[in-house]
Write a protein that binds this ligand. Structure first.
Ligand code: SAH
Ligand code: MG
Length: 194
């Protein structure tokens, strides 16, 4: 039942150009969650709830808190969460994540929102995981532009590429975390807190 819904949500996303996680990316994330027995997830950037619902549908014990600032996306996500009957396990917060203050601890934080703010998200929510906890980030390849930005002349895109490279350096130099980069989906990093 949830799988049928997920298929519909994905179709909607593709039709409406909602940038949900790529298939192999979500598969990687879900495997990581299962293998590491992760139960408490915080997601920055819900869009229409596709990844949150996907994660929560892996086990009845998984709880997801997800943050979305766009009213349109938020409303669709809320609706999708209710339709899958997961409102008890997926809590969606309608707010700019940079203004959200959460005290709770999580096993995994998934950063999948504005690429220009990745360092800020990482620093802000680092307090919400303990040693051994993990921060996963999506879109570090940005359609391959991070590796080779000669494919674009757009100034804003180039600016974003710069910010992502800066974030990658930030992760590499961050002594509180061990980060591994994966060429999966649109580029994923896994940063484990030491
Ligand atoms: N995780 C989703 C896709 C998220 S797309 C999935 O794979 O299904 C990125 C989303 O982040 C967009 O909906 C955008 O509105 C939201 N976003 C961007 N900046 C944000 C911020 N500062 N706070 C909360 N949400 C943000
Ligand atoms: Mg993404």
């Amino acid at each position: 039942m949830v799988h049928l819904r997920l298929k519909d949500i994905k179709e909607y996303a593709i039709k409406n150009r909602v940038p949900i996680m790529q298939e192999d990316g979500i598969e990687f994330l879900i495997n990581y969650i299962k293998e590491n027995n992760i139960k408490r997830v915080l997601e920055i950037g819900s869009a229409i709830g596709y990844s949150a619902i996907n994660i929560a549908s892996q086990s009845e014990d998984i709880k997801v808190t997800t943050i979305e600032k766009d009213p349109n996306m938020y409303n669709i996500a809320l609706n999708n969460i209710k339709n899958t009957g997961m409102q008890d396990r997926i809590k969606i917060i309608f707010e700019d994540a940079l203004f959200v203050d959460i005290e709770e601890k999580y096993d995994l934080i998934f950063i999948d929102a504005a690429k220009s703010q990745y360092i800020k998200f990482f620093e802000k929510f680092s307090k919400n995981i303990d040693k051994g906890g993990v921060i996963v980030t999506d879109n570090l390849s940005f359609h391959g532009l991070v590796e080779d930005d000669s494919k674009t002349n757009n100034r804003n895109t180039k600016q974003l590429v710069k910010k992502i490279r800066k974030y990658i350096d930030f992760l590499k130099n961050n002594k509180d975390y061990d980060t591994t980069f994966y060429k999966i989906g649109d580029g994923i990093s896994v940063s484990i807190k030491k």
